[in-house]
Design a protein around this ligand. Sequence first.
Ligand SMILES: Nc1ncnc2c1ncn2[C@@H]1O[C@H](COP(=O)(O)OP(=O)(O)OP(=O)(O)O)[C@@H](O)[C@H]1O
Ligand SMILES: CC(C)(CO)[C@@H](O)C(=O)NCCC(=O)O
Length: 256
Amino acid sequence: MNPTLLIIDSGNSFVKWGLFNNDLWLIQRRVSYDDISELETEFSVLSEPHLIIISHVARDETKNEICKLISRWSIQPIWHHSQSYQCGVLNGYSDPKQLGSDRWAALIAAWNIEHKACLVINAGTAVTIDTLSDSGKFLGGIILPGFHLMLNSLYSGTQLESISNRLGVYQNFPVNTQNAIHSGIIQSLVGAIDRMYDVLSTLLTHSAINCIISGGNASLLSPFIKYPAKIIDNLVLEGLVVIAKDELNRKELSSS
Ligand SMILES: Nc1ncnc2c1ncn2[C@@H]1O[C@H](COP(=O)(O)OP(=O)(O)OP(=O)(O)O)[C@@H](O)[C@H]1O
Ligand SMILES: CC(C)(CO)[C@@H](O)C(=O)NCCC(=O)O
């Protein structure tokens, strides 16, 4: 029988979770921290999974809530943390443990998909732009405030606070405040992506670099990226599946 895996990405604003079995997602859901009780309802109809793996970068209270929710099952969860080496990826961070577990899982997913140099972009509450070499080494990456964090900090830190309609659209040459702000944020995030692409291709001395973009705001940024970019929903969940399968293989090997 194929094991059923409960995969949880406890991100900065949302919990994303999915059930994976037989190389297929049976379900994927996204729940805001403001509606965490929804998660209880969703979990209450599930039968006990064979493995639970969790990446958690949110507050400790959220970790406690997740612990409470999964305590309905007897199985001990795997709390995923960044390591020096895992599933083919070498971690170049000075202190490998300091790297966010979501970034590490996304890098592992990207390497598993591409097996070559790659820019791994997660456009969520925070935006991370991470680099993988042709041999699967994480060379380093950058962290920026995401679209809504930039928008909110601009509105709350200036006299623009009084503007009630904050909905803008992208223009090359914006001619109203909302569009100027919207376009400024897009330009800054896409500009950062372009620069990371350039520094990576300079270092590697070639430009055969793939780009993967994920996260709640992936589709907002992807139309502006100059290079071909694959949008992959929930890259962190995909990485956690690779890690979970690796764990199961190890267990099987050690028990045989
Ligand atoms: N109600 C909302 N509250 C917060 N963010 C929202 C909301 N609706 C849309 N968003 C957008 O979704 C983004 C969150 O993306 P995502 O689904 O990747 O979740 P996340 O928990 O922030 O993940 P990550 O931890 O990877 O940043 C936010 O940056 C914001 O732009
Ligand atoms: C950068 C975020 C906030 C992105 O979700 C997360 O991965 C995190 O808290 N990381 C720890 C710090 C680091 O990755 O260097």
